[in-house]
Design a protein around this ligand. Sequence first.
Ligand code: AMP
Ligand code: MG
Length: 489
Amino acid sequence: MIMIANLTNPPYATLPSDLHAALPLTEFPDAKFFELNDALRREFSLILDPSSEIAVKTLSGQLSGHSGALLAMAYAGHQFGQYAPRLGDGRAMLIGDVTDQSGLAHELHLKGSGLTPFSRGGDGKATLGAAVREYLISEAMAGLGVATSRSLAILTTGETIIRETPKPGAILARTARSHLRVGTFQYARANHDTETLRALADFAIERLDPELMDAGEDRYAQMLNRVAERQAELIAQWMSFGFIHGVMNTDNMTLSGETIDYGPCAFMDDFHPARVFSSIDYYGRYAWNKQAEIGLWNLSRLAEAILPLFANGEDDQIKAAEIALKDYPDRFKAAWTGAIGRKLGLPSGDQNAFITATLTAFMEAKVDFTRVFTALTRHAGGGDQSAVIAEFETPEQGKTWLAQWEAVTGGRDALSEDTKAAMRTVNPVRIARNHQVEAAIEAAEAGDKAPFEALLLALETPFEEDSRFEAFEAAPQPDEVVHQTFCGT
Ligand code: AMP
Ligand code: MG
């Protein structure tokens, strides 16, 4: 059989068939590459020539890259708090496993590859705009050092997709260590016996935390604890970059601690702790400052789902789950205060009062959450303080805050070289701003790929000063501000 070297059968296919559905090969006769992530291609030692028919067919699901079937994963999930018993990959398929340079396995998934048994009322397709959006933002996250699914390629399908208006269709090929979600376990718990649930949990442990296989019956509680630890760190990182995931449903929260599902997400421009972007998040459930709390709510759903795997007796099981999750608030707080402390160049010790005052000042003065830290980093490195002050709505607000910062840090001359260097590694000069992402999408859909390419290049090295990319540092003009982003686009 003709296949792409190093793309192997997805191990997920070995799990009980109740947890997935086999899919036939797709038909996309006009599929072609729009973009190939060459660095990622090399990371996985994949031979993928965009002009080759095998590459096109494999990454559009028209050819199985190995001996096994293509499959859709089954999952349930709480969407905005409402339980949906059967979600699953309605427009995605798992096509194989690839191995990175350090020997770790990653799943290769296609999004927008057509109908599956989980499509419900949907068409199983994705627009080029949605694929461009996910590609740009996931690669921006990777550039920032945030755990995320990665984008390997976009293929246009040549189809016209009906949304509010006709749109060009596309398939995004993405990778992640694992696409297991909280919702995968909710589905297994609700529909299957304990042995299926155990097989799923053991699969997760072997994939993500193999050393826990030696922990006997306690391994499930330890797995929960690890998942919680990864999420605490992930969410703190999101927040430190002003990132709002936007749709933290339990079906969009991974066990691996990778960010997935770039629908209604956004990096904030001007700071407000209660900011949301999702057009359907009416109550601010997934606002910037709610994300840690929602993370714990989702983890509690995971705990409930795997409870039967814990030690005997319901009371003991609940106790074990509580113990597994009890570290989460402190871990989040430590990760968050550590991250914001590094961004501000703060000395060690309890800086909670100053952090709280800073966020209030930033909110009141409507500062841009990226630019203010960039200006502070430049000031710490010898730049003028006026650039920091200029980020505040009024000079008085800027001067007042800067005076507080100087009181806490001793001013820039008191900062160690290590502190200044650390600021440069956590304060990006460029983020994937919504208005720029939207401009890249609009151009791509109209056949002009240049803005996508330029933005992508600028986001690969977000911490490096680079005058070529200065235009991407700008906050949106009032008429450019994007207030809402949409899921399922
Ligand atoms: P998401 O909002 O992307 O997390 O998707 C939630 C659920 O809706 C998942 O089960 C998706 O597979 C499904 N879904 C989203 N868009 C489509 C579509 N165009 N066709 C079929 N299913 C979809
Ligand atoms: Mg999803």
